[in-house]
Design a binder for this molecule. Sequence first.
Ligand SMILES: [Zn+2]
Length: 487
Amino acid sequence: MRKSLYLSILFNFFIFFLVSSQEKSVIGRSVDDLPINLYKFGNGNQILIITAGIHGNEVNTSETAEFILNELIQKKIKIPNGKSLWIIPRLNPDGLLKNRRLNNNDVDLNRNFHTDNWQPLIYFSNNIFSAGNKPFSEPETQAIKKLFESLKDKKSVVVLSLHSAGDAIITGNDEYYNKQLANIVYENSDYLFDNIGYNTSGDMTGWLSDKLGIASLTVEFKTKKELDVKNVKRIIKGILDIDIYRSVYIESNRDFGKKYKNIDKIIKDLPKDIIDKIKKNKKAENDFLSNLRAIPKVSEELLIIVNKENLLPRNHVPKDLVELNNSYFKSNKNHYYLRRIILNDLKDMFTNSENDGIILLIVSAFRSYETQEEVFNSWVKQYGFDYASKISAKPGTSQHQLGTTIDFNSLEESFEKTKEGIWLKNNAFKYGFVMSYPKGLEKITGYNYEPWHFRYIGKEASYLVHNFFNENLELFLEWYWEINNNY
Ligand SMILES: [Zn+2]
């Protein structure tokens, strides 16, 4: 604690001499009358604003922001033309000095903003915190309110609020611009998740999104101790390299009204029973269309067709493979890999199944082309080529090479009768997973029934496969690409 105080004073002293007056300003003061500083770099009107240390016990976020400030001052980081980077490294100066979450009125500042769901008390891991007497009751949040309300062009601004530790990127609310910003941050970092498992009423990003329409995310570092300069610098570069207005606020606002406008035309070639399900009534039709339209463009790669006719190349290795962490995902052995993009929903599936008394176990995940070659050849040795082809994929035809496919618990047909097998069959779609080789579709898939084998295709697509396509993933994928390539 003392060391942190000493460093902070030393640092402010250092900054004082290096930053010219127009770059540094005081936007307000804490309960204990300490200044809240804002540092501005660049002179463009597209602005990335980074805040840190709103929770005083998350000192590593402030130290990371100050490390980057230092590099900006030394001109080690360049701000592109037309862009600006603003940094508020110590939003809760009182709390940071004491390594304490709250400010000196004992209020959790990140619950004191006026969101749609504001409430006065916060239950947080065995503690109850005050969110203040009312929204913006605190001088620190007042300072932030004044700053953001005074911004002229809010659609050229994006905000990141640095926290620790949750290993996640969390959107202020579900607006499309937040999702778009999250995609950009996700691509430029290695954080794993997109939620932290509890509600955060009254947080700054929620207020910015709900009330001002400003795209804003909470970034949760991986630990409470380490600085995370690497990820934050990558994210800064990623955001400053794009046209913020265009990429976050305009292009992402896809014209859903036009896409798939003629529903009869896009479903005309589907089997009659599926058309009947879609056209059952207006509600079913809307349900179908809204899920179809919600499939994010960025997730379309999750829908590529892999089967005996459509092979993956030998060198296809997903770029975001990560080794699974056993504390989140139970498995029968270590060193399983999956794509990072699916872990968030997978984590929810593990958590919620456990609440239902279900024990899911990963027994196979990503397999490389070469591994699949070995697996297949060993089956051929045992059973001959024809039978091996029915029970195992030839190299290049395995969905496991996608890094989005998992075998659960047991590779026996009897798995369908276990409570885990039944739970997966009924619930996996809620988390974006579908059974690739269901009973009765052996002729279409070319594979025997595999009640343990699930592929992740995203929640919207899995909803459609489950509710409209009779679990027929092959048919859905072929239809999806047909309408999207020809429409
Ligand atoms: Zn499998």
